[in-house]
Write a protein that binds this ligand. Sequence first.
Ligand code: NAP
Length: 278
Amino acid sequence: MSENIQAVKVLSKTTWTPNLFSFTVSRPDSFKFTAGQFVRLGVNPSKLQHYKQLNDPQSQTRAAEQAPDEDIFRAYSIVSSPFDEVLEFFSIVIPDGAFTSQLQHLQVGDELLLNTMPFGFLTLARYQKPHPKDLWLLATGTGLAPFLSMLQDLKTWEDYEHIVLAYSARSFEELAYVDKIQQLQDDFGSLVDNPARLIFIPIVTREPMDGALTERLPKLLLEGSLQKRAGIALETDSAHAMLCGNPEMVEDTKEALKTLGMVMNRRGEGNIAVENYW
Ligand code: NAP
């Protein structure tokens, strides 16, 4: 096993919908990362308790077919803060996906592998200081993860005046972490002087939901409804915008932001930073 790979234990699991779940694992003492970064997580399906617990011969035959004895790795963005004692991840189950179709069977006590080399540039450190006053975080689905990590880092609350978190899911039940988001201002904003104000905008696109916007992000930006709901303008000289989630959303929203005069962030300068979640 490479020296960067360490075994970690599953400590908890939260199921949001049949296809969406979160889990926490133990954090090796030496593992450091910046909010917004990714790591590679590995699973060896044949070692999951789920398969070991299938006792009857028929199930075992099925398990042997379903649970290959090999390590499978995938990139995951970290939900928890760089200062937490545990590492949290947010996952979708991809039908027939080699990794997540195994990972969905995770149980507390299972062992995963963690490649302790974090990577990715969707971090606030990529922007030159001083920061402008507004931070716009635009996510779809599990692309919410890096923003939750940033919002649990006190520096984020110190560096901006307004933080807009717009989070789009197909249905109300797929809008995960809403209670936690609503608690963030109290939990983290109270720890710094003059904290940013968090403006949370839920978006549900395939069913009506009280209090949520219903259109896709690029349309909301171009027609100005997102800015209207936020109660602040989106101005090129006073805003950073970060996008994470569905690659098509990232592409379309990036174009919408460019139409509004924003520019891609390169070498510290420019507003827009993006990460495709898959
Ligand atoms: P999704 O299709 O990404 O939808 C989530 C939200 O994003 C919805 O509100 C959706 O609006 C919106 N959206 C989609 N395309 C958009 C665009 N071009 N511009 C603006 N908004 C857009 O749903 P999901 O359930 O999170 O993911 C769907 C599938 O993606 C999964 O079933 C899986 O196969 C794949 N996926 C793969 C990975 C991976 O790691 N490989 C990770 C996550 C997801 P609408 O309702 O209008 O479409």
